[in-house]
Every structure is written in C-alpha cells, then in structure tokens.
Design a protein around this ligand. Sequence first.
Ligand code: AKG
Length: 300
Amino acid sequence: MTVADVTTQDRYPTRRGTESAFIERTDPVVWSGVRAGPATRTDLAAHEAKGFHTVPGLLSPAEVQKYWQELDRLTKDPEVRADERTVVEKDSGQVRSLFEVHRTSELIAELVRDPRVLDRARQILGSEVYVHQSRINYMPGFKGSGFYWHSDFETWHAEDGLPAPRAVSLSVALTDNYPFNGGLMVMPGAHRTYVSCVGRTPGENYKSSLKEQKVGVPGEDDITRLGYEHGIEQFTGYAGSALWFDSNTMHGSGNNITPFPRSNIFIVFNSVRNAPVAPFAADRPRPSFVAARDPSAVVR
Ligand code: AKG
C-alpha cells in the first residue's frame, strides 16, 4: 500500500447504500504534539471523554458588545444579504447563517488568531491548524429554525474530503444561550461512534442542506440508540461563553420560538495534517466559502 493509499483510504464510508452502520472511531480525539496552551488537563480530559468542553466567559462583556454590533452591521448590510455566503431561513426569509465571516469581518479574523482560541485549537488537534469553515448562525427570535441531529464530520468527509475527524468547532455565544431559545444539544460520548448514513449526495446539495439537512443525517433508530446510550446535554451560558466540540459530536438544536435570538459564531479548525482530498461521497467539493480547500496554517 502506498502513502497516497493510506491517506485517501476511506475508514469512514457513508452515503453508499440503504443500510446505516455504526463504525467505531479509530482516530484520537485529543491529539498529542502541542502541550502548551490555555486548555487545562481537566478541559482536555472532558473533551476526550465527552467530545466537548466549555469555556464560560471566553469573551468579556465589552468584547461581546463589539461582536454583537458587528453581527448587527452584517445582517443589516444589503450587500451582505445579497451575497451567496448568506443563507436565509426556508420559510421566513430571515438570515439563518453567514459563512466565511473570518474573511468578511476583520473582528472575527482577529478572534481566529487570538491565542485564547488559536492555541486551544492547536492543543486539541496537536498541530498547526487552519480554518475549514466559519459562520454565524443567527437564529432569530420567533422564527429561528433549528438544526437536525448530525455529525459535522460526516458531511465534511462525504462532501469536502476531510480524511479523518481531526477537526474541532468553537461556538461562541453572542447572546445568552438558554435551554429554551434553541441552545445546542450534544450527546456526550457519541463522538466515538461514526454513523454511516444512507442515501446519496445530490448535486449542489449544500444549497438546500444549509437551510435544512436531509442527506447525511442519521435515521431515527440510530439517533434513538445513541440518545439512550449517551444521553443529551445542552450548551447554555451567558453571551461570551464558548463550547468546543469534536467534529464527530452528535448534535442538533430545536426551533427558537422565544423572543430572544440565539446567535453564535462558529469557527471550525482542521489540522494542517488532515488536508482535504477529493470528496468521499459527492461529485465535487463544496465551494470554498463553505469548506476551505487551502490548508495553510493560521499565523498570529
Ligand atoms: C451547524 O451549523 O452545523 C450546526 O449544527 C449548528 C447548530 C446550531 O447553531 O444550533
């Protein structure tokens, strides 16, 4: 077997047939290689065991205010609204997600390079990292629709060609995240099981999946099994709090019918040693504003 075979070999097959399957993860969750950084041993142990950990008060109230103003600016700007990187809600037409925000906002670019963020991502992934994806999920009050249960890695593997789950997401709350305004639900420990999903990826799937994902989501039987086995926790906290979660974490959120928006920045870091190859279950890679193709390390 050649080196190329090893890197492109598919250890996480999905979207190939009519039967789903549970595949035990063979890759680490916290990778060795970078010891120094802001994550404590307790943080890393929680991340390893549950697939996530939280950092209450990652941003100060003054920083939250700055980011909130930035979000307000972006969502009101007609040019941003017309940009292909803006995804609107299927029914209400309100802003759902803004993609590639680390390129459209200098403030978010700064957050990516901030040692509180970048150094923790390096610690978890054990290497230099780059931004695979960034977005703000706006989740407005009353009409914010949720995100059905899924593992991000399933999509990033199938549609973007990430070979292994060596990626981590940071979600920073810009508004208070309550149990009742669409807070993110996560299944602790389910990151060790990869759910191989049924179905095939339609052409340009991202155009509909970013509004409502239908392909690459586990069936109800599989979610039930994982739910009973692992239980469900929820990320809640004041604005400025953060959740770090593994790329294979089973997660989702309900609709937000409260008057309180639940707006979070998401930054996905991938290891430079896990650069994308050809998609494992799609005709062509998604556009680079959804999934970067250039694995150049973020530098401070
Ligand atoms: C996603 O964007 O893939 C998510 O799962 C986000 C869920 C949320 O914002 O509630």
